[in-house]
Design a protein around this ligand. Sequence first.
Ligand SMILES: Cc1cc2nc3c(=O)[nH]c(=O)nc-3n(C[C@H](O)[C@H](O)[C@H](O)COP(=O)(O)O)c2cc1C
Length: 216
Amino acid sequence: MTLLPPAHDGRSVLLLEDLRLCSPTRPPRKHEREGHGRRLTRQRRAARSRTGLQFTMKIEYLHASKYGNGVTVAEEFSRQMAAQGVTVDIHHIREARPNELPLADLYLFSSPGRFGKPIGGMRRFLRKVELPAGTRYAILTTEAAPHADRAGHVPSDEEMAKWQHVRPIMNEILQRKGLVEVAEGKVQVTGIRGPLEEGWQQKVAAFAARIAVSKR
Ligand SMILES: Cc1cc2nc3c(=O)[nH]c(=O)nc-3n(C[C@H](O)[C@H](O)[C@H](O)COP(=O)(O)O)c2cc1C
């Protein structure tokens, strides 16, 4: 235990908890049995016993939601990941320092679309991000659902990609820094302020499943 770094952030606290919970040298202390102090939630503990995982993952989720749809997606993602025993810390980019991001196993960046690009605040944030090369990241955007034109034609994904560059721009900025993408996805909104498309929770669940698998 003493060889571990001091518990200066959520991740190392988690590792210490894990070691304590897995330690074969002593039975759990009273406060650990009764769930006082910093501890795993009942949900995460249940997920751990289901999956047999000894170490859990921590994700920093950084979003730039303006009308709240991105926040709803983030909260659903966090709920889905908690069921896998994964901790997700959600922050609006306004509340985060790109050059002092907390330690995490994965950074998830989520931006709404603006005129074919990520919203300006997210572009600036990503340019300032300081993370070591090789750091893993994922992207989950909120983008406008395609609408039929006057002739009733709904643009395909390929047609949309001619002017919609939200995820490619985010990837370009992050990959220039040597970061490594593990997954990307989008959830659509049916109007500029929402609501989210029908079946959005299933999309988030499928995305969460890809992230959970990427760690193992
Ligand atoms: C001025 C403006 C421009 C927009 N341009 C785009 C766009 O180019 N592509 C896109 O997918 N969505 C565009 N949107 C819609 C956003 O995707 C939508 O507002 C956002 O996903 C909602 O997420 P939020 O509630 O988290 O802010 C635009 C919205 C506004 C207000």
